[in-house]
Design a protein around this ligand. Sequence first.
Ligand code: FMN
Length: 478
Amino acid sequence: MHEESIQTAESAGTRMDGDGFMALLGRRRSTRMFKEQPVPQALLETLIRAACLMPTSCNRQLWHFVIITDPALKVKVSALSDAQQSYLYDAPALIAVFYDTSLETRNPCNTAEVTAGITIGTLLLAAEAHALGAIYLGGIRRPSGIGKAVGAPPYMRCFGLVCVGWRDDDPPSPNRREVADVLNMNRFALSQERYRADIRPHLWTLRQIADFRDKLLWYKGVHIDACTLHVDPDRRLSPLFQFMTGRLAMMLSRYQAPEMLDILSFNGDVVYQVLNACPGAFKRLYAYDLTPGIQRYMEERFARLSPTGPLAYLVNAEPDRLAIPLAAGQVQVISCYERLEHFEDPLPLLREMRRVLAPDGCALVLVSNRFYPHLYRYKRMRQGNYALGRNWNRGPERKFEPRQIERLFAEAGFQIRSVTGLQPVSIKIASVLASFCRRLGLYPLADRLADWAGQQGCTSSWLRNFSSVIAYELNRQR
Ligand SMILES: Cc1cc2nc3c(=O)[nH]c(=O)nc-3n(C[C@H](O)[C@H](O)[C@H](O)COP(=O)(O)O)c2cc1C
């Protein structure tokens, strides 16, 4: 029966269409960088026509679309919907998808929501079929604001935006789960391990973490100007970065033509700093991360930047295990800027760092401190403003207690040479007091407090246990 139906399909000439359709599905990628060139109105209407061919409950077709091309309106849409996604401005056209949920009787299968989903999926595929790039933005905190911005009636519920334009990026393919992993015949196989994609990425498997780092870089990386790609341009000016670069320069100066390794270089910010600040101080600088996609991002970025030097890219050698492709004892200096936080169990990474470090080598490891009141985190949680990616952009969610991380260092075979607290809590307290004094009109006291806070960038005293980040300089245990 099954063979018969395949034969019928083949003879009807639909088999090729099936292959073509699968190829289209496989080719589609979410596009996050667009060319400025506008999309012709007729082509946009074709996308809407494709969406209108989709099924609806009782064929009621309660959808409506608004295409936004006016730059001023985009700003309004972004502000009213609290979208915070840069490609919303870059895409030449945004399609706001509405559905009249008031007329779609409440039904246990949520037919209105299902229909909106089908519609959005179709818009994305139709865009791909017409050589356009597109992305659906569901990470919009107030979709009703889009309706307000375009003057939609209140009974029309907005289901987000599809950004459309000519593609100007080539993001790596994200991983997809295998059919065997997601399909059972007739009965749900409960013996299968539950698939987890937790909101906290450090709980993921190495493969998932690698894929996420890849995506995050290509998602959040934005064109700041014609020649530079940055994830977070402000970072390089931060006191943490300045401390780190200074300390690394000092460490490098202890060796003759040392080799240096940067752990999980990501967008290459640390590597960029070192190339800039310590030219000629090392024989080779290795930028190591998990995927070829991240390597490509860094290569493209560095090809356009001025500092050059003996830089080599390293990609993790195994998909399920952290494996730095370097010989044992090969490097003299290692930098690791808040990277242990990306793993539930950072020991495998620490052990790899210990393996590749030369017997007389040293590592600078910056760790985010659990005992510091990272207020932005609580504020975001209170606002429900908690999204994947946003956390990693603004600093990792995972924090370590000093004693916990120090135990892990010892377990991995490191001994601590020095400990420095960066941005101690006293700075924060002094700044809060200073602004309080200013409000009371006590300006001289406010100035003195602010002045004092400015001098407290780092500390080796007990206050280091209450600083935002703790910098450890490590040696191999003898
Ligand atoms: C419901 C939904 C909401 C999404 N929201 C966003 C978003 O707000 N921002 C974003 O950059 N991507 C968003 N995406 C795109 C996904 O991140 C993307 O589809 C996924 O990572 C797979 O990548 P691919 O589309 O290139 O295959 C969303 C996708 C879906 C289905």
